[in-house]
Design a protein around this ligand. Structure first.
Ligand code: NAD
Ligand code: MG
Length: 417
């Protein structure tokens, strides 16, 4: 929760003990950027645990460079291979595997800060474990918050955990919020949030041409280098829809208070408008090391390695409204945000299934919103769901989406024959 006020901007006057950092999803885009920032500040942070799904080679290199106390691979075979390599190299790193181990390192007393950078709903349980253990949780992994924001905010409050946003837009909003604002609570001085959006790689692509775009084109984002799932989300604009829901939970605002603005340069990372008409913005080069360094050191400031902003080089900033006809995923997400309850759970689950199928060349780019719309129209949307219900809804929506994709593929085959 945001309770501290900065005393000064010098990083070395408080507790001064080196802080233990665990990275959930260390082999991914955010994980790698986090290690880059941590490596710049060995006097301030040490790596206590690294976790990944199955990327053994990269994990081994990270263990060699940072010697965490623990390394967790979700995948058992991957953990066995890693263990053999670690033993051979004589490194003092304990290798574990499975979901329980992920939860255990997220809640470990050796760790003060947890970077939640697993992709998708898979990050829900370990991130929640970190929240319940009262950690400073750096929240990159937005999907769990979209699914169960009420639970995250409530558990963070109970455990005294600090939820600090890493998503560049939400980190920007956090930096522009009133000094006495508290995470998840609405603030009467705030009128609106401008959530900026690059528009993705298909900002100017026609609706007709969108049907034929490839996963490679969708993953080639103009401004940011990211994992494949969030890259596709950025291309469909679902990412902005998930971020709208994320903003509502983190900043206690209604969907009506969030205005989505296409801003192709990705220099303004978002803005907060106050009752008196003031609009505060946070600017910077599009590099995730800025929000990562901000949240790691908050309320202080440390070097992130990000190059300085050159305003003369940028020269001008553009703004336009989003086109919901060409990007129906954003419309579906706005509708789910308004519906509330388990609608965002279904939206997120069906989206994860559809994006995977698109990346796997099973469906077209323009099929993604169809899969999601189908899943949303085939569930009864409950309000005030507990965690068990949320996980059940998530599994059911995945089943519905997968079945729809299978039926779609059969239809295509029948048409072709
Ligand atoms: P990525 O695909 O590059 O990395 C994902 C990481 O999670 C990897 O370390 C992978 O091993 C691990 N992982 C994947 N599936 C897992 C599973 N089932 N169980 C345990 N671990 C698993 O993804 P990314 O781009 O780094 O994004 C991570 C999260 O951060 C996403 O939720 C994304 O929306 C969010 N985010 C990313 C960016 C960015 O610039 N990349 C920006 C804002 C928010
Ligand atoms: Mg973002």
């Amino acid at each position: 929760m945001k309770t501290k006020t900065p005393k000064d901007d010098h990083p070395h006057d408080e507790e001064d003990a080196i802080q233990g950092v665990a990275i959930l999803g260390s082999t991914g885009s955010i994980g790698v950027s986090t290690l880059d920032v941590l490596a710049r500040h060995p006097q301030r942070f040490r790596v206590t645990a690294l976790t990944a799904n199955s990327q053994v080679e990269r994990m081994f290199e990270q263990c060699r460079r940072f010697t965490p106390e623990k390394a967790v691979m979700l995948n058992l075979q991957a953990a066995d291979i890693l263990k053999a390599k670690i033993n051979q190299a004589g490194l003092a790193v304990e290798v574990l595997s499975g979901m329980e181990a992920l939860k255990q390192v997220a809640a470990s007393p050796q760790t003060r800060i947890v970077m939640a950078a697993i992709v998708g709903a898979a990050g829900l349980q370990p991130t929640l474990a970190a929240v319940r253990a009262g950690k400073r949780v750096l929240l990159a992994n937005k999907e769990p918050l979209v699914m169960s924001g009420n639970i995250f905010i409530e558990e963070a409050r109970k455990a005294g955990a600090e939820l600090l946003p890493i998503d560049s837009e939400h980190n920007a909003i956090f930096q522009c919020m009133p000094y006495n604002y508290r995470t998840g609570e609405s603030h009467t001085a705030v009128r609106r949030i401008f959530l900026t959006c690059s528009g993705g790689p298909f900002r100017t692509t026609s609706l007709a041409a969108l049907a034929d775009v490839t996963p490679e084109q969708a993953c080639a984002h103009p401004n940011w280098a990211m994992g494949r799932k969030i890259s596709v989300d950025s291309a469909t604009l679902m990412n902005k829809g998930l971020e709208l829901i994320e903003a509502c939970w983190l900043f206690g605002v209604t969907p009506e208070q969030v205005e989505i603005v296409i801003h192709p340069q990705s220099v303004i990372h978002s803005m907060v408008e106050y009752l008196d008409g003031s609009v505060l913005a946070q600017l910077g080069n599009p590099d995730m090391r800025t929000p990562i360094a901000h949240a790691l050191a908050w309320p202080y400031r440390v070097d992130s390695g990000v190059k300085k902003l050159d305003l003369f080089d940028i020269a001008h900033l553009d703004f336009e409204p989003p086109d919901l006809d060409r990007f129906p995923c954003l419309r579906l997400a706005c509708e789910a945000a308004h519906a509330g309850g388990t609608a965002p759970v279904v939206l997120n689950a069906a989206n994860e299934v559809a994006v995977e199928a698109f990346l796997d060349h099973q469906i077209r780019f323009t099929d993604i919103p169809q899969v999601i719309e189908h899943a949303l129209s085939h569930t009864s949307l409950g309000l005030n769901a507990d965690l068990e219900t949320i996980l059940k809804e998530d599994a059911m929506a995945r089943g519905t989406a997968r079945q729809f994709i299978t039926d779609m593929k059969h239809d295509v085959k029948r048409e072709a024959s």
